[in-house]
Design a protein around this ligand. Structure first.
Ligand code: SME
Length: 155
């Protein structure tokens, strides 16, 4: 399956999972599972904005750092610059935070609710050049679907 076909499948899977789930946390946790398995990432997870820091949310993969300051690492930079960052080689990204030494490529996409960034979605791969513009587009779409659960209860 090419990447576009994979995402079309993942969008349908997510629609089905979200249909019967009104709470934010289980919806977010399952979206992580969908993306982790479906894309074959090494690490897949959320960081949420709390004050001037990002705090670790639902994730799959190895243990990760729990706090990232604004402007630090790929995640803190994506938050600070309010945009998706596609990093083909993390070792070439100044200030990259190496939670796992096995990560070689990364994509970070802002999670916005009513135009405000409330977190970031972070995907890591052991393969270099693993993510591109198409990933950013589809991941943003999936995050828009999740944003509709934000107004509801966490649990
Ligand atoms: N590499 C990220 C840190 C989070 S981990 O990859 C899970 C960064 O530079 O912000």
């Amino acid at each position: 399956m090419d990447r576009k076909a994979t995402y079309k499948h993942l969008v349908r899977q997510t629609e089905a999972l979200f249909k019967d789930e009104a709470y934010f946390l289980p919806a977010a946790a399952n979206l992580i599972a969908v993306l982790h398995e479906g894309l074959g990432n090494w690490w897949t997870g959320f960081y949420f904005v709390r004050g001037e820091e990002l705090i670790l949310g639902p994730f799959q993969g190895p243990v990760a750092c729990t706090r990232i300051a604004k402007g630090k690492g790929v995640c803190g930079t994506a938050w600070n610059e309010n945009r998706s960052l596609i990093v083909p080689d993390v070792h070439a990204f100044p200030g990259h935070i190496a939670c796992s030494p096995a990560s070689n490529a990364e994509i970070v996409v802002p999670f916005r609710v009513n135009q405000q960034i409330v977190g970031v979605l972070d995907l890591d791969s052991t393969d270099f050049n693993y993510y591109g513009e198409e990933d950013a587009t589809y991941l943003s779409h999936l995050l828009e679907m999740l944003a509709k659960k934000w107004e509801g209860k966490l649990l």
